[in-house]
Design a protein around this ligand. Structure first.
Ligand code: PEP
Ligand code: MN
Length: 263
């Protein structure tokens, strides 16, 4: 059902008045994790000030170590929703288990399925039954074919509003946190009718690569870019080394807009 052969036209998903997949790139910015009301307010203000329509922030964080910050859960989603409402933004946030879904849907506009859960088939079936868009991230060791099949689980359960998100894969290369598989973007665009995003933060894991990676994503035909923004990355409870601060975010966005005008 996700195949181009089934549906030739691009799927366009409208989120908070913005059309995803209709041509112009969209952007999802926000902190790695929701940490406090003040933190998400500051980021929401910066995003809203640019006329953007979405904010991200994790409340359920799938961390490698059980001793690392696990997220604020439902309280975090409430904080994010409050900040989003103030600046008329849609909330994008990861849900890690079907059991959290119902309560979360009061606060979340786009449900993110994270890389670690790309093949959590019960979660895929559960988000297939909701009437909100799903941002499905590629598993860190998933082939393009496995990624497409994960999306198929969601659409087969009844939800065709799926955004695919390339977020880097695991290779032998250590210069970046993951290896951004940039050619996956046009392949996914050819093979499926779904919009495709690139998460430049988790793919590169390097602040200095966020801009060139986003330019590459847009140039190769991605429908949008995701990147992490935090008011004070040095004290962030997760992903401290790769989030942009608000000043860097301003410069970043300005540089991207300038780049896009060339097209
Ligand atoms: C995230 O976007 O918050 C995240 C944890 O990313 P990924 O699932 O791609 O690792
Ligand atoms: Mn992160």
């Amino acid at each position: 059902l996700v195949s181009r052969k089934k549906k030739a036209d691009d799927t366009v998903i409208t989120i908070n008045g913005e059309q995803i997949g209709a041509g112009d790139p969209s952007f999802i910015f926000g902190p790695c994790a929701v940490e406090s009301q003040e933190q998400v307010m500051k980021v929401a203000e910066a995003i809203g000030g640019k006329g953007l329509k979405m904010i991200r922030g994790g409340a359920y964080k799938p961390r490698t170590s059980p001793y690392d910050f696990q997220g604020l859960g439902l309280d975090g989603l409430k904080m994010l929703k409050k900040a989003a409402d103030q600046y008329k933004l849609a909330v994008v946030s990861e849900i890690v288990t079907p059991g959290h879904l119902e309560a979360a849907l009061d606060y979340v506009d786009v449900v993110q399925v994270g890389a670690r859960n790309m093949q959590n088939f019960e979660l895929l079936k559960a988000v297939g039954q909701i009437n909100k868009p799903v941002l499905l991230k590629r598993g860190m060791s998933a082939t393009v074919d496995e990624f497409i099949h994960a999306a198929e689980y969601i659409i087969a359960s009844g939800n065709e509003n799926i955004i695919l998100c390339e977020r880097g894969i695991r290779t032998y290369e250590k210069a970046t946190r993951n290896t951004l598989d940039i050619s996956a973007v046009p392949i996914l665009k050819q093979e499926t009718h779904l919009p495709v995003f690139v998460d430049v933060t988790h793919s590169t894991g390097r602040r200095d690569l966020l801009l060139p990676a986003a330019k590459a994503a847009i140039a190769i035909g991605a429908d949008g870019v995701m990147a992490e923004v935090h008011p004070d990355p040095a004290v962030a409870l997760s992903d401290a080394q790769q989030q942009m601060d608000l000043g860097q975010f301003d410069e970043y966005y300005e540089a991207l807009m300038k780049f896009m005008k060339q097209y």
